[in-house]
Design a protein around this ligand. Sequence first.
Ligand SMILES: [Zn+2]
Length: 235
Amino acid sequence: MKRWLALGLCALLMFAPIGSAARAMEYVDYDWELSADEKVMRDAGFIEVHQANGLIWVKLMYGTTDNIAGYDLYGDLKRAYLHPSAALALGRAQRLLYAQDSTLALCVKDAARPLRVQQALWDALPDPSLRGYLANPKTGSLHNYGIAVDVTLVNARTGEELDMGCPVDTLDAISQPRYEQKFLKEGKLTQQQLDNRLLLRSVMTQAGFQTIPNEWWHFQTMNRAQAKQASTLIP
Ligand SMILES: [Zn+2]
């Protein structure tokens, strides 16, 4: 009897559509591993960025010790989530980039960010004069609404980041697109570094993102008033 059962199971496995089995396993695995933050984000209708495009790299900087706070602020939040307007735009940007240069990929350094992390970052800034680079947690950042994404370009195969003149989250004028031409003339930014920034900006804006004048890596799909209407603040 047991042998017939085993044979029956083998036959089932042999003839079961591979795609549906893989999807079912993925679904179980995915739900099982959700952190508390991810549950809140999914309840808010946010989308994990790989659902929008599987070629995007994700290296959440606040989930490492290599960030402006100097410690891991994310704990078990390992995946990047965004409001659908930003997630779908990011998927479009990755497709545009692939069409232009398939050796490159987008790499998300930060996406939806809980408000408690915003407060921790605010408190960790070494100098209050640097607060111009960060939204006050009292009003909240567009990252807290899942509307903004911090992103750079990487080698699609190795994940190595392209040289953009300075790393993401450099709290210095060299980060600011509004001074790029000045820094280029002064030799503080090379043409290749500027071209890398321009390529990123080109695919992101074509995909529907807005830029800001003081961070080359930050993109958003709407302003604060629109975000308050359309999205949810992640606590
Ligand atoms: Zn940002």
